[in-house]
Write a protein that binds this ligand. Structure first.
Ligand code: FES
Ligand code: FE2
Length: 372
């Protein structure tokens, strides 16, 4: 299941340069490159001539040139040059995708281009806000994107999967949890009061006493999870909003489906103290990377079992409250998209017709093959 009418993160800003970069998103091959002024472009990564990935080609000015026979495309996907030929059939074009650079990420719109509104891009300002120290990262995951969403909406797994970094038993045994839902949002709030700090928090905040710890998970579709996490020494009033002498972080996650069984996992970590201390940011990212690699091992093992036996029954537990709400939202949006797609759309014959790459006029100039 893919949801199309959304902005997804296609790449980190540093991944995309003048050199074309190929990436599969929602099962579609995409090529990204930058124009001469640095603006990003996203096109279908498949030449209309003989389907070579355009990511094997090169940028020539603001055009992209196929590596095989040199067809050139402009930023709208229109073929503008066929070597040795004067006329270019207007139907010789590849798909172009709206793309926007924001928060050190390149965002791509995978749905109806007429509906692409950059105002709908999910807020991840912590990644480039001078009031926060932050760093982003990327993991390739051989598992369906919804397994990652599930994982981030139920943080009881920290006690088991991440006991050496960000987890401890208090998370499950001594926590109060509240789940709230609106039409396109789920928030899971978990408080752990008067409990030992987990290893990563001790490293970052030097806590010697028990702490009051919060995890506030904010989910918006299709797969954005912004986690407000931190702790203060116990009794200082954090549950009432007085976050003092503690640590305050955001763990920021944007998951982009690659295929039904593989995902791009873009994430970042932000902290609001000592914001220019690059060594601190690196240490936090390193600790979370250790934890996330533990998660990836879980997702990939789940996916292997699910591929082996699809639709085997599952049992739900109380800790699933948040992720069940999120799945209901995703299923509703999927049904809405399917219903909209079933409506009569563009006039018949406008799609799926292969483009002839030569015209009668050019054909007359082509060298004749010698006879047998
Ligand atoms: S395959 Fe691209 S020009 Fe021939
Ligand atoms: Fe995890």
């Amino acid at each position: 299941m893919f949801l199309r009418n959304f902005w997804y993160v296609a790449a980190c800003d540093h991944e995309v340069s003048r050199k074309p970069f190929g990436r599969m998103i929602l099962g579609e091959p995409i090529v990204l490159f930058r124009k001469q002024d640095g603006a990003p472009v996203a096109l279908e990564d498949r030449c209309v001539h003989r389907h070579l990935p355009l990511s094997m080609g090169k940028a020539v000015g603001d055009h992209l040139q196929c590596h095989y026979h040199g067809l050139r495309y402009d930023c709208t996907g229109q073929c503008v040059k066929v070597p040795g030929q004067n006329t270019i059939p207007p139907s010789a074009r590849v798909k172009a995708y709206p793309v926007v650079e924001r928060y050190h990420w390149l965002w791509i719109w995978m749905g109806d281009p007429a509906r692409a509104d950059p105002g709908q891009i999910t807020d991840f300002h912590w990644l480039d806000d001078p009031n926060w120290g932050a760093k982003g990262s990327y993991l390739h995951v051989r598992a369906n994107w919804q397994l990652i969403v599930d994982n981030l909406l139920d943080l009881t797994h920290l006690a088991f999967v991440h006991e050496s970094t960000i987890g401890n038993a208090a998370l499950v045994e001594n926590a109060t949890v509240k789940v709230t839902r609106s039409p396109n949002n789920v928030v899971v709030t978990r408080w752990i009061i008067d409990a030992p700090a987990p290893p990563t928090f001790v490293k970052a905040g030097g806590f010697t006493t028990h702490v009051d710890r919060w995890q506030i998970i904010d989910f918006v579709p299709p797969a954005f999870l912004r986690l407000d996490v931190g702790c203060t020494p116990t009794g200082t009033g954090a549950p009432q909003g007085r976050r003092v002498n503690g640590i305050n972080m955001r763990n920021l996650n944007a998951i982009t489906p690659e295929t039904e069984t593989t995902s791009h996992y873009f994430w970042g970590q932000a902290h609001d103290w000592d914001v220019n201390n690059g060594a601190l940011t690196d240490m936090l990212v390193e600790q979370i990377t250790t934890a996330f690699l533990e998660d990836v091992a879980v997702f990939e093992a789940q996916q292997r079992n699910m591929t082996m036996l699809p639709n085997a029954p599952q049992v739900d537990i109380n800790a699933d409250a948040g992720l069940i709400q999120a799945r209901r939202i995703l299923e509703r949006i999927h049904k809405e998209e399917l219903a909209a797609a079933a409506l009569p759309a563009s006039p018949a014959g406008s799609a799926g017709v292969p483009a002839a790459l030569y015209s009668e006029e050019d054909a007359g100039k082509m060298p004749a093959f010698p006879g047998p």
